[in-house]
Design a protein around this ligand. Structure first.
Ligand SMILES: Nc1ncnc2c1ncn2[C@@H]1O[C@H](COP(=O)(O)OP(=O)(O)O)[C@@H](O)[C@H]1O
Ligand SMILES: CC(=O)N[C@@H](CCC(=O)OP(=O)(O)O)C(=O)O
Length: 278
């Protein structure tokens, strides 16, 4: 039997599809994540999975801005980002938070390499359409997927801080959910796992709050309209809707404090909320 180059390429792509997943880790849950979460991540890496991590850090940015006496406010879930705010955003995300995650993975025996979206032009960005109102906030135009792939090929988990850059060297503050969705899309990953501080998308059903197991795009749009999805959940579901139009097959929103949550999601256990194409 002769194996053609084409078959080999297809097999490699199928393998990559199964092994690579993107995980977004929200600032809401980072500090509270137990060591067991990072041990689970390390176990997955040791088993041959290739996690790519994009992290947030909203609460830590707000805390540091408050300490420095710099005012901060959000417009539709996006932080108004002036030049002094941008300095703090970069310092916190690419500095302390990124390195904290790298350290915790390394302490669990995993291999991690921290990057910001500025490094190697990893996250290329342009101003958001309402930049006059929100300042230096960016939308992703391109992800330099070869850098991520190179880090994975060296056996490390890329840990990515959501700062973008454009051709003129201007930096942008990018919402971490938006950045994670773009990384998953451009990388051709089949899954994006969003780790946060709630067990999924919750809905009031007959006066009882329930976690939706699976949710389709139309229901999400209705829930944004009625205000049942608000605040920090909005950029998550918007990023999810955008990336499931492409190669990403599902976005799963889960609570980081659930034991072995990543392994359980990857084994197909019904946990959290799955946003799927329907
Ligand atoms: N329908 C919903 N179900 C669950 N959480 C929701 C919903 N709508 C809004 N939220 C809010 O979204 C928050 C998660 O977003 P956010 O605080 O930005 O987290 P992260 O830092 O993980 O990105 C929850 O803590 C909750 O307050
Ligand atoms: C433009 C914008 O709002 N950027 C976010 C980036 C961090 C983030 O998204 O962190 P979480 O995932 O913890 O919310 C911010 O400045 O807070």
């Amino acid at each position: 039997m002769t194996i053609t180059q084409d078959t080999l390429k297809k097999n490699n792509e199928a393998q990559k599809d199964i092994r690579t997943f993107v995980m977004k880790c929200g600032g809401s849950t980072l500090a509270a994540l137990p060591d067991a979460f990072f041990e689970d991540l390390q176990k997955l890496q040791a088993e041959g999975m290739q996690p790519v991590i994009v992290h947030g850090g909203g609460p830590a940015i707000s805390e540091n801005l408050a300490k420095l006496g710099i005012e901060t406010e959000f417009v539709n879930g996006l932080r108004k980002t002036t030049e002094p705010v941008l300095d703090v955003v970069e310092m916190v995300l690419a500095g302390s938070i990124n390195k904290q995650i790298v350290r915790r993975i390394q302490s669990s025996g995993g291999k991690a390499l921290g990057l910001s979206g500025v490094d190697g032009g990893l996250i290329q960005a342009k101003p958001v359409s309402n930049h006059a109102e929100v300042g230096h906030v960016g939308d992703v135009t391109r992800i330099e997927a070869s850098i991520i792939q190179g880090v994975l090929d060296m056996g490390y988990m890329p840990i990515i801080a959501p700062i973008g850059i454009d051709g003129d060297g201007q930096r942008y503050n990018i919402n971490a959910d938006t950045a994670a969705g773009a990384v998953a899309s451009h990388l051709g990953a089949s899954r994006l796992i969003v780790v946060t501080d709630v067990p999924g998308i919750m809905k009031n059903v007959n006066g009882v709050k329930k976690v939706l197991g699976t949710v389709a795009v139309q229901e999400i749009q209705d829930m944004i309209q009625t205000g049942e999805i608000y605040g920090g959940m909005i950029p998550k579901v918007k990023a999810a809707i955008e990336c499931i139009q492409g190669k990403v097959k599902e976005v799963i929103i889960v609570d980081g404090s659930e034991p072995s949550v990543l392994s359980r999601v990857l084994q197909g256990e019904v946990i959290g909320t799955r946003i799927v194409r329907m």
